[in-house]
Design a protein around this ligand. Structure first.
Ligand code: NAD
Ligand code: GLY
Length: 359
């Protein structure tokens, strides 16, 4: 087991990464204020893993309240959130009850938001079971739900007490979901870690067949990058915004195509390609670098071409992004591989030309 720390002073917390961690009640018990937990999961993950987590906790005298949500991005909304509140209230949970998110980013974001808001805040633990959640969403405390008008528009920064990434859970993950997770892994290489990008180019074949050592390194290096960024800029007043490379375009794709049609990681990959092509139009990225980025996404089984929603629709959806400031769509763009910037200062035609070039 590897342990990293998200350095946030008195709110610092560990990320444990390794095999067979679900059954390690000993890692969870020290974080509980009271021997009562509510495990929030979904209809896919609960039958696979809930008992593996719950049984050792029960044996240690912990009361376990299971809460099962419907599965899918289309359910990441206020109605589903209410299922969590209803269960917590019905079971008379208290401020010292710990919520545990067991699942991918959708469950993690919703459970985290429920924890941030139930009784004005209860402790929570992230147990991510997708690659995407293990390398990104479970770390850093962004929680929330979608609104019909915009993705992740309602939420809170609320840090977990602990992240437990059991890499064995990835054995049951569908291939398409594995690829979606790799999109966020590639992101770290592109925005701030050239050496990791080089490593990913060399090791993509191993990652695609779930080679345990390659996966463990990719998760560890991603979490190290994420933990550093979050420690430096928890509330996204600067550097953290760079983690949104491809996301402004990507969220427009997810919303425009209907939540759930494109996986988040797929939309991020196609969105990152748009950011790369726009960076090339700005003269900041060479054609050879765009070609490298295209190749690595293709090798990861990810889409490199965004859907043709039309320029107007893209602009409309992108104008609802959280990074919009003074009415300007601010974008994360690349100044070479391993170096990202965020800017609203670009000629607007560079954006419209990039969007118009979508076939
Ligand atoms: P997801 O949560 O929808 O999970 C993908 C699918 O895999 C689901 O059907 C899920 O039930 C299933 N699944 C989960 N674990 C499994 C396992 N071990 N075996 C088999 N099936 C399993 O999607 P995701 O890609 O994990 O997360 C995407 C979400 O995360 C988006 O809503 C995105 O906005 C959010 N996100 C949040 C942050 C953040 O910082 N909070 C960062 C990135 C993404
Ligand atoms: N996934 C972007 C962030 O956590 O800031």
């Amino acid at each position: 087991m590897q342990t990293l720390t998200v350095e946030l002073g008195d709110r610092a917390y560990p990320i444990h990464i390794g095999q067979n961690l679900l059954a390690r009640a000993d890692l969870i018990l020290p974080h509980l204020k009271r021997k009562q937990v509510a495990i929030v999961s979904n209809t896919t993950v609960a039958p696979l893993y809930l008992e593996k987590l719950a049984e050792p906790l029960r044996e240690a005298g912990v009361e376990v309240i299971p809460i099962e949500l419907p599965d899918g991005e289309q359910y990441k909304n206020a109605e589903t959130l209410n299922i969590i509140y209803d269960a917590l209230l019905t079971q008379r949970c208290e401020r010292s009850t710990t919520l545990i998110a067991l699942g991918g980013g959708v469950v993690g974001d919703m459970c985290g938001f429920a924890a941030a808001t139930f009784l004005r805040g209860v402790p929570f633990i992230q147990i991510p079971t997708t690659l995407l959640a293990q390398v990104d969403s479970s770390v850093g405390g962004k929680t929330g739900i979608n609104h019909p008008l915009g993705k992740n528009m309602i939420g809170a920064f609320y840090q977990p007490q602990l992240v437990l990434a059991d890499t064995e859970t990835l054995n049951t993950l569908p291939e398409r979901e594995l690829s979606a997770g790799i999109a966020e892994v590639i992101k770290y290489g592109l925005i701030r870690d050239h050496a990791f990008f080089d490593w990913l180019e060399t090791n993509m074949t191993k990652l695609m067949v779930c080679d345990p050592d390659a996966l463990a390194y990719a998760i560890q290096r991603s979490c190290e990058n994420k933990a550093e960024v979050v420690a430096a800029d928890e509330k996204e007043s600067g550097e953290r915004a760079l983690l949104n490379l491809g996301h402004t375009f990507g969220h427009a794709i997810e919303n425009g195509m209907g939540y759930g049609a494109w996986l988040h990681g797929e939309a991020v990959a196609a969105g990152t390609m748009l950011a790369a092509r726009m960076s090339q139009r700005m003269g900041w990225l060479k054609a050879a670098e765009v070609a490298r980025i295209t190749r690595i996404f293709k090798a990861a089984g990810l889409p490199v071409d965004a859907p043709a929603l039309g320029v107007e629709k893209y602009l409309d959806l992108m104008s609802l992004d959280k990074k919009v400031a003074d009415g300007k769509i601010r974008l994360v763009l690349l100044h070479g591989i391993g170096k990202a910037i965020i800017t609203g200062e670009y000629p607007p035609e560079k954006l419209t030309e990039t969007l118009a070039a979508i076939a």
